[in-house]
Design a binder for this molecule. Structure first.
Ligand SMILES: [Zn+2]
Length: 180
């Protein structure tokens, strides 16, 4: 961060009184600019025994497949974010079934949350964000072409749970890939 979003002065990094870590502080108006992780919210839309995936039409990971997901907006609930993102990326309406996975991704300061969801109707389509949208049976999942590790990890847990006949919430952390 360079400039204060409140008054436009140049900010400095320092530990505010009573705090324990550096923040961007405005020496002019005193605003402390806290920066916290962002929530990425998505869904596993189920259409009978298949699930909906989107082929990304935007960077990063253009052309790779993902579950519909995106950044939560102010003023909405987590479940509403999953529904909105699914509609924005796949033109599909979903009904939330249950929380499924929560993964911290600390190296990019994000938390990724996925719900199991039911497709209201087998209606979906491409959007500016998705160049292809399709339903996949388990054996059709393009495992080598999945855009994000939170998505492939979520899908693996999903099919394991489904085979077992019982779903639970999965949580953990995704760490950076080892340097080559
Ligand atoms: Zn300021």
């Amino acid at each position: 961060m360079n400039f204060c979003s409140n008054c436009g002065a140049r900010v400095v990094a320092r530990i505010p009184d009573g705090d324990h870590r550096e923040r961007w502080v405005c020496p002019s108006c005193g605003t402390i600019h806290y920066q916290n992780p962002r929530l990425v919210v998505g869904a596993i839309p189920e259409g009978e025994d298949r699930i909906l995936l989107c082929k990304r039409g935007i960077e990063p990971r253009y052309g790779k497949w993902t579950l519909p997901a995106g950044f939560m907006e102010n003023g909405e609930t987590v479940a509403q974010a999953a529904q909105r993102e699914t509609h924005e990326e796949a033109l599909a309406h979903i009904e939330i079934i249950d929380m499924f996975s929560v993964f911290s991704v600390p190296h990019v300061d994000q938390v990724h949350v996925f719900y199991r969801a039911r497709l209201g109707a087998p209606e979906f389509g491409t959007t500016p964000e998705s160049i292809e949208v399709a339903l996949f049976a388990e054996h059709e999942i393009p495992w080598d072409e999945i855009a994000f590790r939170t998505v492939s990890t979520t899908l693996r847990h999903y099919f394991e749970d489904r085979a077992r006949g019982t779903y639970r919430v999965h949580w953990g952390a995704i760490t950076p890939p080892a340097p080559r």
